[in-house]
Design a protein around this ligand. Structure first.
Ligand code: FAD
Ligand code: NAP
Length: 337
């Protein structure tokens, strides 16, 4: 059913109080097709929505929002070493992670507690603690929004990059990702060298590494650092870590010896944007009812009642200040509408 003038406040984790001219939810592929063939869809701009955890609405949406609720988890193939599992795009990502852990399937544990839906996970090749979904991704099914046909994309065709995919670039706005298939390993091979995981495992006195213990460590670190969107509006990291030429990195490092950077190969370095924003004095800064989170400078927060435009303007001020201070151009990670 297509509704008119629906508040989107509960559908975006920033908690921005805007409305959509039309709004629909789809539980399966047939419902998606029925919405995309409607006059409301054909005559208006559209937005496919998952959990709304990587979105900033700066104004009312003058078109139709289609929320993807396609569910289901189906094992396609299983051997003693791995499993191929197809997951509905509307499944909550962290619920899928917990399901994998309960089944003894490894590969998603470092990506624990990332908000949002399975269908959005390929959009920006979600990543955390040294793992990105491209490492466990097998294939996805996407419904073409003009023809209603299902098309399949393999790993290469998704053209995954650092918080990037073909769906944010060449195919932006063309598809609804309806189902995603992952290959998960039954053989334990954990990546705990990243960030604070090892330290947290020690604090938790973990001796035998399991997907569950790694996931518990990740959840614990995230809960201590990141604002819970149910309590404080946010969309996670507002900015991407900039990838810069080694020469630029060396220049920043010469002026600021404490600058944090990591090699990403091919003469490029990834600078920690959180460090840059912190050094520029933004961490914990509050402007009325919004600001920069006190524990994580990459996260912009809405304490309640801020408008999307205010948050967008703050992000512009941060971009300008980092450019002026370090000569580095940051990019927003959050999708702006
Ligand atoms: P939405 O916000 O609903 O949509 C995001 C974009 O994808 C929009 O452009 C939308 O149109 C499009 N889209 C959504 N679903 C579909 C679909 N089925 N088909 C086609 N297009 C679609 N991200 C990380 O990568 N790593 C992290 O560690 C991480 N931590 C976070 C922590 C917090 C506290 C928060 C709030 C966010 C975090 N994020 C992180 C960002 C966010 O959780 C992810 O990007 C997530 O994948 C977004 O999913 P969603 O369903 O909420 O997408
Ligand atoms: P952190 O562990 O304090 O690390 C700070 C930054 O340094 C991160 O941005 C991370 O880059 C980078 N980094 C740390 N160790 C690294 C290593 N061994 N090799 C290469 N780069 C390294 O970061 P955090 O803020 O607590 O976040 C932890 C993880 O969760 C990170 O992977 C982060 O991306 C992810 N996260 C993402 C979001 C989001 O919305 N996108 C929100 C919260 C957390 P990367 O960011 O490239 O990993």
């Amino acid at each position: 059913m297509i509704e008119s003038k629906v508040s989107l406040k509960q559908f975006n984790t920033f908690g921005i109080d805007v409305s959509s001219k039309f709004f629909a939810q789809a539980q399966n592929e047939d419902e998606v097709r029925s919405v995309i063939q409607s006059n409301e869809f054909l005559n208006n701009e559209n937005l496919i929505l998952g959990g709304g955890s990587n979105i900033l609405f700066t104004k009312n949406f003058d078109g139709i929002v289609l929320r993807n609720n396609i569910g289901g988890v189906e094992v396609l193939e299983e051997t003693s070493e791995s499993v191929l599992v197809k997951v509905g795009g509307g499944v909550v990502w962290h619920e899928f992670v917990l399901f994998c852990i309960s089944q003894g399937w490894n590969g998603t544990e470092n990506l624990s507690l990332i908000p949002g839906s399975v269908g959005a996970s390929p959009m920006q090749n979600i990543g955390a603690y040294g793992v990105e979904i491209k490492e466990i991704f097998h294939e996805l099914e996407a419904i073409h929004l003009k023809t209603g046909e299902i098309q399949y994309f393999n790993n290469t065709e998704c053209d995954f990059g650092y918080r990037e995919s073909v769906f944010k670039n060449k195919h932006k706005g063309e598809y609804l990702i309806s189902r995603v298939t992952f290959r998960l390993s039954k053989i334990p091979n954990f990546n705990v060298s990243y960030g604070a995981i090892e330290k947290q495992l020690e604090v938790m006195n973990v001796r035998d590494l399991t997907a569950k213990s790694v996931s518990d460590a990740v959840v614990s670190i995230r809960q201590s650092k990141l604002p819970d969107p149910k309590k404080i509006g946010n969309s996670g990291s507002f900015f991407k870590n900039p990838i810069v030429d080694e020469l630029i990195y060396k220049e920043v490092k010469r002026k600021y010896p404490d600058a944090v950077g990591y090699s990403v190969g091919k003469g490029k370095m990834k600078l920690a944007a959180g460090w840059l924003i912190d050094q520029a004095g933004w961490k914990g800064k509050t402007i009325g009812n919004y600001g920069v989170h006190k524990n994580q400078a990459l996260v912009i927060v809405n304490y309640g009642g801020a408008t999307g435009q205010q948050i967008f303007d703050l992000s512009t001020n941060i971009l300008d200040s980092i450019k002026n201070k370090f000569g580095v151009q940051l990019e927003r990670e959050v999708n702006i509408y």
